[in-house]
Design a protein around this ligand. Structure first.
Ligand code: ATP
Length: 283
């Protein structure tokens, strides 16, 4: 549709990794991404699916500005990212945030939850301490935790709660894009559903755009608007969630879908679709 705003776009993204050589032979280069194109519109979710080693995390890290492509172009809000720069500008940095798979490893065990949330504000803004605290407490509530949790340490929380904290931290600078790399795969099934619902609610409320990496097709069927299937560094199929699940085209996609039982999540998904439609009608 022409009236949709593109938040992130990749053009011919290539990423090479240098492979170590030996005493007698020079190292070679491994091409992990072989020219990937994609676009994600505001408020939508692109899921990146593929088997282990296909390049999903490599692409996610590039989109999250943690790694740079070897060649190609990345555009955020229509502006080309300077891929030769080692660090993105603070303005760009605040637009894109990443949530990782492991909420145990991604939070500093010595930092209280309140400090975890206020840190991005300390580094990137000149807000006074009281304002930082108010915003952090408000964000804790938004992700389903309480202001009393402010002074507790990460180990005092369950896996699902820790992932809520990681999501809250990612939202502190009001990003437009969240890159989520297997954000629920370390969690129990019932907790996965709660965190996915939270992500859907936050997407609605803040108009967030998601790039969501997953190897789990049930999760993809639940959360995605668009799906990109990657195999050996190439996008072998791209399309809407409905089209891809109804009629996978590429032999790799067919085999991936055949190998993975997909549980019936249509009813829950319908809830997300209804809310997205209601929201679009009010904008
Ligand atoms: N830092 C690195 N140095 C060298 N090779 C790497 C590096 N990171 C990834 N690779 C290689 O690039 C390819 C893609 O890896 P990547 O982690 O992106 O795949 P993935 O689809 O996310 O896999 P998984 O689902 O197992 O995390 C793999 O062959 C991997 O071994």
């Amino acid at each position: 549709m022409t009236n949709e705003t593109t938040v992130v776009e990749g053009r011919a993204i290539v990423r090479d990794y240098a492979m170590p050589g030996s005493l007698f032979a020079r190292g070679s280069v491994m091409r992990a991404l072989k020219g990937i194109d994609f676009k994600v519109s505001k408020g939508k979710t692109l899921a990146i699916v593929g088997e282990s080693g296909s390049g999903k995390s490599t692409l996610a890290r590039i989109i999250a500005l943690i790694d740079a492509p070897t060649s190609g172009a990345l555009l955020i809000d229509g502006e080309a990212v300077d891929i030769s720069r080692r660090r993105p500008s603070p303005a760009l940095r605040s637009k894109v945030q990443m949530v990782f798979q492991n909420p145990y490893g991604s939070l500093n065990p010595r930092q209280k939850v309140g400090d975890v949330l206020m840190e991005p504000l300390v580094i990137n803004t000149t807000l006074p301490a009281t304002e930082r605290r108010d915003r952090a407490e408000a964000m804790l509530r938004k992700v389903g935790l309480q202001a009393e949790h402010f002074n507790r340490y990460p180990h005092m929380f369950s896996g699902g709660q820790r992932q809520r904290i990681a999501i809250a931290r990612a939202l502190m600078l009001n990003p437009s894009l969240l890159v989520l790399d297997e954000p629920v795969s370390a969690l129990d099934l019932s907790v996965q559903a709660q965190v996915l619902n939270l992500l859907a609610d936050l997407q609605d409320e803040f108009g967030l755009t998601y790039v969501f990496v997953s190897h789990d097709l049930s999760v993809v069927r639940y959360i995605a608007d668009e799906v990109m299937v990657i195999s050996k560094g190439e996008a072998v199929e791209q399309g809407t969630r409905e089209a891809l699940f109804a009629n996978p085209q590429h032999p790799y996609t067919k085999s991936l879908f055949a190998a993975t039982p997909v549980t019936n999540v249509e009813a829950i998904r319908a809830r997300i679709d209804r809310r997205k439609a209601a929201r679009a009608a009010t904008v």
